[in-house]
Write a protein that binds this ligand. Structure first.
Ligand code: FAD
Length: 375
Protein backbone atom coordinates (compact mmCIF):
# COMPACT_ATOMS: atom_id res chain seq x y z
CA UNK A 1 0.00 0.00 0.00
CA UNK A 2 1.12 3.61 -0.64
CA UNK A 3 0.51 5.65 2.50
CA UNK A 4 1.01 9.43 2.72
CA UNK A 5 0.89 11.15 6.09
CA UNK A 6 0.47 14.89 6.63
CA UNK A 7 2.24 16.23 9.69
CA UNK A 8 5.31 14.99 11.57
CA UNK A 9 3.77 15.51 15.01
CA UNK A 10 3.48 12.63 17.53
CA UNK A 11 0.43 11.13 15.73
CA UNK A 12 1.86 11.13 12.20
CA UNK A 13 5.34 9.92 13.12
CA UNK A 14 4.19 7.15 15.43
CA UNK A 15 1.66 5.82 12.93
CA UNK A 16 4.27 5.94 10.15
CA UNK A 17 6.75 3.92 12.21
CA UNK A 18 4.19 1.34 13.36
CA UNK A 19 2.75 0.63 9.90
CA UNK A 20 6.13 0.45 8.18
CA UNK A 21 7.63 -1.81 10.87
CA UNK A 22 4.64 -4.13 10.60
CA UNK A 23 4.95 -4.44 6.82
CA UNK A 24 8.11 -3.12 5.11
CA UNK A 25 6.38 -3.55 1.72
CA UNK A 26 4.26 -0.45 2.36
CA UNK A 27 5.60 2.80 0.91
CA UNK A 28 5.22 5.35 3.72
CA UNK A 29 5.95 9.09 3.36
CA UNK A 30 5.48 11.84 5.97
CA UNK A 31 5.18 15.48 4.84
CA UNK A 32 5.96 18.20 7.38
CA UNK A 33 5.66 21.94 6.73
CA UNK A 34 8.36 22.85 9.28
CA UNK A 35 12.08 22.26 8.94
CA UNK A 36 13.48 19.33 10.93
CA UNK A 37 13.98 20.22 14.62
CA UNK A 38 11.57 23.19 14.46
CA UNK A 39 8.35 22.97 16.45
CA UNK A 40 6.09 24.90 18.83
CA UNK A 41 6.01 24.63 22.61
CA UNK A 42 8.43 23.20 25.16
CA UNK A 43 7.65 20.06 27.17
CA UNK A 44 4.60 17.79 27.43
CA UNK A 45 3.35 15.63 30.28
CA UNK A 46 2.65 11.93 29.90
CA UNK A 47 1.03 9.97 32.71
CA UNK A 48 2.33 6.59 33.86
CA UNK A 49 -0.68 5.04 32.12
CA UNK A 50 0.24 6.79 28.91
CA UNK A 51 3.72 5.24 29.02
CA UNK A 52 2.22 1.76 29.30
CA UNK A 53 -0.19 2.47 26.41
CA UNK A 54 2.78 3.39 24.23
CA UNK A 55 4.47 0.14 25.16
CA UNK A 56 1.36 -1.66 23.86
CA UNK A 57 1.99 -0.09 20.45
CA UNK A 58 5.67 -0.98 20.54
CA UNK A 59 7.71 -1.82 23.68
CA UNK A 60 10.75 -0.38 21.91
CA UNK A 61 9.32 3.15 21.83
CA UNK A 62 8.55 3.22 25.56
CA UNK A 63 12.11 2.13 26.35
CA UNK A 64 13.51 4.81 24.01
CA UNK A 65 11.42 7.55 25.67
CA UNK A 66 11.93 6.56 29.32
CA UNK A 67 15.62 7.66 29.70
CA UNK A 68 14.79 11.20 28.45
CA UNK A 69 11.80 11.71 30.77
CA UNK A 70 11.68 13.61 34.07
CA UNK A 71 9.44 11.76 36.54
CA UNK A 72 7.47 12.87 39.59
CA UNK A 73 5.10 11.06 41.88
CA UNK A 74 3.65 14.22 43.53
CA UNK A 75 1.55 17.04 42.18
CA UNK A 76 1.63 20.49 43.86
CA UNK A 77 -1.26 22.96 43.84
CA UNK A 78 -0.55 26.51 45.00
CA UNK A 79 -3.53 28.57 46.13
CA UNK A 80 -3.31 31.72 48.27
CA UNK A 81 0.46 31.12 48.39
CA UNK A 82 -0.05 27.80 50.21
CA UNK A 83 1.36 24.68 48.51
CA UNK A 84 -0.75 21.54 48.88
CA UNK A 85 0.99 18.29 47.96
CA UNK A 86 -1.01 15.46 46.35
CA UNK A 87 0.89 12.19 46.56
CA UNK A 88 0.42 9.21 44.24
CA UNK A 89 0.12 9.09 40.46
CA UNK A 90 3.17 8.88 38.24
CA UNK A 91 3.76 11.67 35.73
CA UNK A 92 6.58 12.14 33.24
CA UNK A 93 7.70 15.34 31.50
CA UNK A 94 9.44 15.26 28.17
CA UNK A 95 10.63 17.91 25.71
CA UNK A 96 8.43 18.02 22.62
CA UNK A 97 11.53 18.33 20.45
CA UNK A 98 13.05 15.29 22.21
CA UNK A 99 9.89 13.23 21.72
CA UNK A 100 9.70 14.17 18.05
CA UNK A 101 13.36 13.39 17.48
CA UNK A 102 12.95 9.93 19.11
CA UNK A 103 9.91 9.29 16.89
CA UNK A 104 11.75 10.51 13.78
CA UNK A 105 14.62 8.06 14.45
CA UNK A 106 12.09 5.31 15.08
CA UNK A 107 10.31 6.04 11.79
CA UNK A 108 13.50 6.44 9.73
CA UNK A 109 14.98 3.20 11.07
CA UNK A 110 11.82 1.44 9.89
CA UNK A 111 12.29 2.86 6.36
CA UNK A 112 9.77 5.73 6.42
CA UNK A 113 10.58 8.67 4.14
CA UNK A 114 10.42 11.96 6.11
CA UNK A 115 9.99 15.06 3.96
CA UNK A 116 10.49 18.30 5.90
CA UNK A 117 9.77 21.91 4.83
CA UNK A 118 6.94 20.64 2.62
CA UNK A 119 3.54 22.11 3.27
CA UNK A 120 0.83 20.15 1.47
CA UNK A 121 -2.32 22.08 0.61
CA UNK A 122 -5.73 20.42 0.29
CA UNK A 123 -5.78 20.91 -3.49
CA UNK A 124 -2.52 18.94 -3.89
CA UNK A 125 -2.87 15.62 -5.69
CA UNK A 126 -1.08 12.90 -3.74
CA UNK A 127 -0.87 9.56 -5.49
CA UNK A 128 -1.57 7.23 -2.54
CA UNK A 129 -3.99 4.54 -1.34
CA UNK A 130 -4.40 6.07 2.11
CA UNK A 131 -3.97 9.70 3.18
CA UNK A 132 -3.59 10.17 6.94
CA UNK A 133 -4.32 13.75 8.00
CA UNK A 134 -2.27 14.14 11.20
CA UNK A 135 -1.82 17.86 10.58
CA UNK A 136 -2.93 19.11 13.98
CA UNK A 137 -5.77 21.19 15.45
CA UNK A 138 -5.83 23.61 12.50
CA UNK A 139 -5.84 20.82 9.87
CA UNK A 140 -6.36 22.36 6.43
CA UNK A 141 -7.29 18.97 4.94
CA UNK A 142 -10.05 18.47 7.50
CA UNK A 143 -11.35 22.01 7.04
CA UNK A 144 -11.46 21.53 3.25
CA UNK A 145 -13.83 18.56 3.80
CA UNK A 146 -15.54 19.90 6.93
CA UNK A 147 -19.05 18.94 5.75
CA UNK A 148 -18.01 15.37 4.94
CA UNK A 149 -16.29 14.95 8.33
CA UNK A 150 -19.00 16.82 10.28
CA UNK A 151 -16.35 19.08 11.81
CA UNK A 152 -17.22 21.28 14.77
CA UNK A 153 -14.75 23.83 16.13
CA UNK A 154 -15.47 25.81 19.32
CA UNK A 155 -13.21 28.53 20.68
CA UNK A 156 -13.19 28.40 24.49
CA UNK A 157 -13.33 31.54 26.64
CA UNK A 158 -10.00 31.43 28.49
CA UNK A 159 -6.72 32.58 26.94
CA UNK A 160 -3.41 30.76 27.34
CA UNK A 161 0.21 30.84 26.18
CA UNK A 162 2.87 28.10 26.27
CA UNK A 163 6.24 29.46 27.57
CA UNK A 164 9.45 27.92 28.87
CA UNK A 165 11.66 28.90 31.83
CA UNK A 166 15.13 27.87 32.96
CA UNK A 167 13.86 26.93 36.40
CA UNK A 168 13.89 23.27 37.53
CA UNK A 169 10.58 22.82 39.37
CA UNK A 170 10.72 19.90 41.75
CA UNK A 171 7.20 18.81 40.89
CA UNK A 172 4.31 19.05 38.48
CA UNK A 173 2.66 22.26 39.77
CA UNK A 174 -0.47 24.37 39.29
CA UNK A 175 -0.37 27.93 40.63
CA UNK A 176 -3.58 29.99 40.90
CA UNK A 177 -3.60 33.75 41.16
CA UNK A 178 -6.74 35.92 41.52
CA UNK A 179 -6.68 39.12 39.45
CA UNK A 180 -9.41 41.77 39.49
CA UNK A 181 -12.70 39.88 39.27
CA UNK A 182 -10.97 37.04 37.46
CA UNK A 183 -8.04 34.67 37.83
CA UNK A 184 -4.82 33.50 36.25
CA UNK A 185 -3.44 30.00 36.46
CA UNK A 186 0.01 28.64 35.62
CA UNK A 187 0.81 25.01 34.88
CA UNK A 188 4.53 24.39 35.25
CA UNK A 189 6.79 21.36 35.30
CA UNK A 190 10.37 20.33 34.53
CA UNK A 191 10.83 18.43 31.28
CA UNK A 192 14.61 18.24 31.15
CA UNK A 193 17.27 19.06 33.74
CA UNK A 194 17.20 22.83 34.32
CA UNK A 195 14.30 23.50 31.93
CA UNK A 196 10.54 23.70 32.51
CA UNK A 197 7.32 24.32 30.63
CA UNK A 198 5.22 27.25 31.92
CA UNK A 199 1.68 27.39 30.49
CA UNK A 200 -0.13 30.55 31.61
CA UNK A 201 -3.93 30.84 31.43
CA UNK A 202 -6.29 33.79 32.05
CA UNK A 203 -10.07 33.88 32.27
CA UNK A 204 -11.83 36.70 30.37
CA UNK A 205 -12.25 38.87 33.52
CA UNK A 206 -8.49 38.68 34.31
CA UNK A 207 -7.70 39.28 30.61
CA UNK A 208 -9.77 42.48 30.73
CA UNK A 209 -8.57 43.61 34.18
CA UNK A 210 -4.91 43.22 33.16
CA UNK A 211 -5.67 44.94 29.81
CA UNK A 212 -3.91 42.12 28.00
CA UNK A 213 -6.20 42.72 25.02
CA UNK A 214 -4.45 46.07 24.45
CA UNK A 215 -0.90 44.63 24.57
CA UNK A 216 1.29 43.12 21.90
CA UNK A 217 2.75 39.66 22.42
CA UNK A 218 6.02 40.83 23.97
CA UNK A 219 4.14 43.08 26.44
CA UNK A 220 1.96 40.12 27.41
CA UNK A 221 5.05 37.99 28.01
CA UNK A 222 6.58 40.75 30.20
CA UNK A 223 3.31 41.12 32.13
CA UNK A 224 3.08 37.36 32.78
CA UNK A 225 6.72 37.25 33.89
CA UNK A 226 6.08 40.03 36.42
CA UNK A 227 2.82 38.51 37.69
CA UNK A 228 4.43 35.11 38.37
CA UNK A 229 7.93 36.43 39.25
CA UNK A 230 8.09 34.45 42.54
CA UNK A 231 7.01 31.20 40.91
CA UNK A 232 9.51 31.76 38.10
CA UNK A 233 12.37 32.14 40.57
CA UNK A 234 12.74 35.64 38.99
CA UNK A 235 13.91 34.03 35.73
CA UNK A 236 12.68 35.32 32.34
CA UNK A 237 9.87 33.60 30.46
CA UNK A 238 11.16 32.22 27.15
CA UNK A 239 9.00 32.40 24.06
CA UNK A 240 8.82 29.85 21.23
CA UNK A 241 6.01 31.13 19.02
CA UNK A 242 4.26 31.64 22.39
CA UNK A 243 1.14 33.55 21.40
CA UNK A 244 -1.77 34.13 23.75
CA UNK A 245 -4.81 32.52 22.17
CA UNK A 246 -8.04 30.72 22.96
CA UNK A 247 -8.08 26.93 23.02
CA UNK A 248 -9.84 25.36 20.00
CA UNK A 249 -12.03 22.37 20.79
CA UNK A 250 -12.32 20.22 17.66
CA UNK A 251 -14.65 17.28 17.11
CA UNK A 252 -15.64 15.33 13.97
CA UNK A 253 -18.78 13.24 13.53
CA UNK A 254 -17.10 11.08 10.89
CA UNK A 255 -13.44 10.14 11.06
CA UNK A 256 -12.77 9.28 7.43
CA UNK A 257 -13.89 10.46 4.01
CA UNK A 258 -12.93 8.44 0.93
CA UNK A 259 -9.30 7.47 1.46
CA UNK A 260 -8.60 10.34 3.95
CA UNK A 261 -8.57 9.51 7.68
CA UNK A 262 -8.09 11.95 10.58
CA UNK A 263 -5.96 11.17 13.65
CA UNK A 264 -4.57 13.14 16.63
CA UNK A 265 -5.48 16.79 17.14
CA UNK A 266 -6.84 17.02 13.58
CA UNK A 267 -9.52 14.56 14.71
CA UNK A 268 -10.16 15.83 18.22
CA UNK A 269 -8.37 18.16 20.60
CA UNK A 270 -8.17 17.37 24.31
CA UNK A 271 -8.02 20.24 26.77
CA UNK A 272 -4.49 20.61 28.28
CA UNK A 273 -5.95 20.53 31.79
CA UNK A 274 -6.57 16.81 31.37
CA UNK A 275 -3.04 16.69 29.95
CA UNK A 276 -3.38 13.94 27.42
CA UNK A 277 -3.33 15.36 23.88
CA UNK A 278 -0.04 13.69 23.00
CA UNK A 279 -1.07 10.36 24.48
CA UNK A 280 -4.43 10.42 22.69
CA UNK A 281 -2.77 11.33 19.41
CA UNK A 282 -0.38 8.38 19.72
CA UNK A 283 -3.18 6.03 20.78
CA UNK A 284 -5.05 6.98 17.61
CA UNK A 285 -1.92 5.89 15.72
CA UNK A 286 -1.98 2.53 17.50
CA UNK A 287 -5.74 2.16 16.84
CA UNK A 288 -5.43 2.90 13.12
CA UNK A 289 -2.40 0.64 12.71
CA UNK A 290 -4.21 -2.25 14.47
CA UNK A 291 -7.36 -1.83 12.35
CA UNK A 292 -5.29 -1.88 9.13
CA UNK A 293 -3.38 -4.94 10.32
CA UNK A 294 -6.58 -6.83 11.11
CA UNK A 295 -8.49 -5.93 7.94
CA UNK A 296 -5.61 -6.51 5.50
CA UNK A 297 -6.46 -5.08 2.06
CA UNK A 298 -10.02 -4.07 3.10
CA UNK A 299 -9.21 -0.35 3.56
CA UNK A 300 -12.83 0.81 3.98
CA UNK A 301 -13.40 -1.94 6.58
CA UNK A 302 -10.25 -0.89 8.46
CA UNK A 303 -11.32 2.76 8.60
CA UNK A 304 -14.78 1.76 9.87
CA UNK A 305 -13.23 -0.55 12.49
CA UNK A 306 -10.82 2.18 13.62
CA UNK A 307 -13.69 4.59 14.26
CA UNK A 308 -15.90 1.98 15.94
CA UNK A 309 -13.10 0.95 18.31
CA UNK A 310 -11.71 4.36 19.25
CA UNK A 311 -14.80 6.60 19.29
CA UNK A 312 -16.24 5.44 22.64
CA UNK A 313 -12.85 5.94 24.32
CA UNK A 314 -12.50 9.43 22.85
CA UNK A 315 -16.10 10.24 23.92
CA UNK A 316 -15.42 9.30 27.55
CA UNK A 317 -12.34 11.49 27.68
CA UNK A 318 -14.21 14.27 25.99
CA UNK A 319 -16.81 14.26 28.78
CA UNK A 320 -13.99 14.59 31.35
CA UNK A 321 -12.43 17.37 29.27
CA UNK A 322 -15.72 19.32 29.12
CA UNK A 323 -16.12 19.11 32.92
CA UNK A 324 -12.52 20.26 33.36
CA UNK A 325 -12.97 23.14 30.90
CA UNK A 326 -16.06 24.30 32.80
CA UNK A 327 -14.05 24.30 36.02
CA UNK A 328 -11.23 26.39 34.53
CA UNK A 329 -13.62 28.81 32.85
CA UNK A 330 -15.26 29.35 36.23
CA UNK A 331 -12.06 29.30 38.32
CA UNK A 332 -12.49 32.87 39.64
CA UNK A 333 -15.59 31.78 41.57
CA UNK A 334 -13.47 29.15 43.36
CA UNK A 335 -10.76 31.56 44.51
CA UNK A 336 -12.66 32.25 47.74
CA UNK A 337 -12.31 28.61 48.85
CA UNK A 338 -9.68 27.80 51.49
CA UNK A 339 -6.68 25.93 50.00
CA UNK A 340 -7.69 22.38 51.01
CA UNK A 341 -11.31 22.84 49.89
CA UNK A 342 -10.06 24.44 46.69
CA UNK A 343 -7.77 21.50 45.94
CA UNK A 344 -10.48 18.93 46.69
CA UNK A 345 -12.88 20.81 44.41
CA UNK A 346 -10.20 20.75 41.69
CA UNK A 347 -9.40 17.06 42.06
CA UNK A 348 -13.07 16.01 41.85
CA UNK A 349 -13.89 18.36 38.92
CA UNK A 350 -14.26 15.75 36.15
CA UNK A 351 -16.14 13.09 38.12
CA UNK A 352 -13.41 10.56 37.23
CA UNK A 353 -11.70 11.00 40.61
CA UNK A 354 -13.67 10.26 43.79
CA UNK A 355 -12.86 10.65 47.49
CA UNK A 356 -12.70 6.84 47.79
CA UNK A 357 -10.15 6.67 44.98
CA UNK A 358 -8.14 9.47 46.57
CA UNK A 359 -8.08 7.47 49.84
CA UNK A 360 -6.40 4.65 47.93
CA UNK A 361 -4.13 6.63 45.61
CA UNK A 362 -3.25 9.72 47.68
CA UNK A 363 -3.40 8.59 51.33
CA UNK A 364 -1.04 11.31 52.65
CA UNK A 365 -3.05 14.07 51.03
CA UNK A 366 -6.31 12.62 52.40
CA UNK A 367 -4.84 12.39 55.92
CA UNK A 368 -3.84 16.06 55.80
CA UNK A 369 -7.19 17.02 54.25
CA UNK A 370 -9.17 15.28 57.03
CA UNK A 371 -6.94 16.77 59.77
CA UNK A 372 -7.52 20.24 58.29
CA UNK A 373 -11.30 19.66 58.13
CA UNK A 374 -11.33 18.45 61.73
CA UNK A 375 -9.46 21.52 62.90
C1 FAD B 1 -0.30 24.98 25.55
C2 FAD B 1 -0.35 23.51 25.25
C3 FAD B 1 0.02 22.62 26.22
C4 FAD B 1 -0.04 21.24 25.98
N1 FAD B 1 0.33 20.40 26.96
C5 FAD B 1 0.28 19.08 26.74
C6 FAD B 1 0.68 18.13 27.74
O1 FAD B 1 1.13 18.50 28.82
N2 FAD B 1 0.57 16.81 27.47
C7 FAD B 1 0.12 16.39 26.28
O2 FAD B 1 0.04 15.18 26.08
N3 FAD B 1 -0.24 17.24 25.30
C8 FAD B 1 -0.19 18.56 25.50
N4 FAD B 1 -0.58 19.42 24.52
C9 FAD B 1 -1.24 18.90 23.32
C10 FAD B 1 -0.30 18.31 22.33
O3 FAD B 1 0.69 19.24 21.95
C11 FAD B 1 -1.11 17.84 21.13
O4 FAD B 1 -2.26 17.17 21.56
C12 FAD B 1 -0.28 16.90 20.26
O5 FAD B 1 0.86 17.57 19.79
C13 FAD B 1 -1.12 16.39 19.09
O6 FAD B 1 -0.29 15.68 18.20
P1 FAD B 1 -0.61 15.67 16.63
O7 FAD B 1 0.49 14.87 16.03
O8 FAD B 1 -2.01 15.27 16.40
O9 FAD B 1 -0.52 17.19 16.16
P2 FAD B 1 0.66 18.24 16.19
O10 FAD B 1 1.63 17.91 17.28
O11 FAD B 1 0.04 19.59 16.20
O12 FAD B 1 1.42 18.00 14.81
C14 FAD B 1 0.86 18.37 13.57
C15 FAD B 1 2.00 18.63 12.59
O13 FAD B 1 1.45 18.85 11.29
C16 FAD B 1 2.20 19.86 10.64
N5 FAD B 1 1.33 20.41 9.57
C17 FAD B 1 0.18 21.11 9.72
N6 FAD B 1 -0.36 21.39 8.54
C18 FAD B 1 0.46 20.85 7.60
C19 FAD B 1 0.42 20.79 6.17
N7 FAD B 1 -0.60 21.33 5.48
N8 FAD B 1 1.42 20.16 5.52
C20 FAD B 1 2.46 19.59 6.22
N9 FAD B 1 2.53 19.63 7.56
C21 FAD B 1 1.55 20.23 8.24
C22 FAD B 1 2.50 20.82 11.76
O14 FAD B 1 3.61 21.66 11.46
C23 FAD B 1 2.82 19.86 12.92
O15 FAD B 1 4.18 19.52 12.99
C24 FAD B 1 -0.50 20.78 24.72
C25 FAD B 1 -0.82 21.69 23.71
C26 FAD B 1 -0.74 23.03 23.97
C27 FAD B 1 -1.08 23.99 22.84
Amino acid sequence: MKIDILGAGPAGLFFAALIKRADPNHTVRVFEQNAEGVTFGFGVVLSGRAMSFLAEGDPDIASRIAPSAQNWSDQHIVHRRETIVIDGGMLSGLGRVTLLSILQDFARSAGVELLFSQRINPDAHLDCDLLVAADGANSAFRDAHADAFGTRVTDLQNYYAWYGVEHPYSSHTLTFQPYGDGAFCAHHYRYQPGMSTFVAEADPAAWRAAELYAMDNEERRAFTEKLFADRLGHKPLISNRSFWRRWRLVTNDRWSHGNIVLIGDALRTAHPSIGSGTRLAMEDSIGLWRALREKGSDLAGALTAFEAERKPIRERLNNAAVASINWYEDMAARMKLAPYDFVMDYLLRTGVMTEARLERESPDFMRRYRAWKAS
